[in-house]
Design a protein around this ligand. Structure first.
Ligand SMILES: Nc1ncnc2c1ncn2[C@@H]1O[C@H](COP(=O)(O)OP(=O)(O)OP(=O)(O)O)[C@@H](O)[C@H]1O
Ligand SMILES: [Mg+2]
Length: 139
């Protein structure tokens, strides 16, 4: 089943992420896809904030660091797979530590390869619609 919404500003996307977060419980992979600048990190700010794992201002793009960890008891991972070629790289970089305990893992560029994990997954696609408009599709 597809669910679709359109946002008209970065703030609206973050707001929606905060509400969306209420539906998420660990263990879960949140697979984000969408072009550069489509709003994956912006949305993640809202999700992480909504989960109560960190303040939105502290959520920054893991473009160079590859992975950020928020929260204490229940962890929220935020990773960017843009520079990672395959599952082997993912393991070599220690990123599979995500799966040690039930957590919520939010992955940007998740379409780059398939992760081998039995965890439930929710896919969120972001698309540019011109200007500040974005379509967000959940499946
Ligand atoms: N409706 C909107 N939703 C989300 N971001 C928006 C929207 N309108 C404008 N923006 C702007 O678009 C940019 C989105 O950047 P963001 O870093 O979230 O994208 P990204 O998908 O994570 O990109 P990358 O693939 O480079 O990591 C921000 O500058 C944000 O302010
Ligand atoms: Mg990003």
């Amino acid at each position: 089943m597809l669910e679709e919404i359109i946002t008209h500003s970065a703030e609206e996307t973050t707001d929606w992420g905060r509400v969306f977060a209420k539906r998420l419980s660990p263990p879960l992979l949140v697979l984000l896809s969408g072009d550069l600048g489509s709003g994956k990190t912006t949305l993640t700010k809202g999700i992480v904030g909504g989960l109560g794992a960190a303040s939105e201002d502290h959520v920054t793009s893991p473009t160079f660091t590859l992975m950020h960890v928020y929260g204490s008891r229940e962890k929220v991972y935020h990773a960017d797979l843009y520079r990672i070629e395959n599952f082997h790289d993912f393991e070599t970089l220690g990123m599979e530590d995500i799966f040690l305990d039930p957590a919520i893992a939010i992955l940007e560029w998740s379409e780059r390869f398939t992760l081998r994990t039995p965890w439930p997954q929710i896919r969120v696609r972001l698309e540019h619609l011109g200007g500040d408009n974005r379509r967000i599709t959940i499946s």
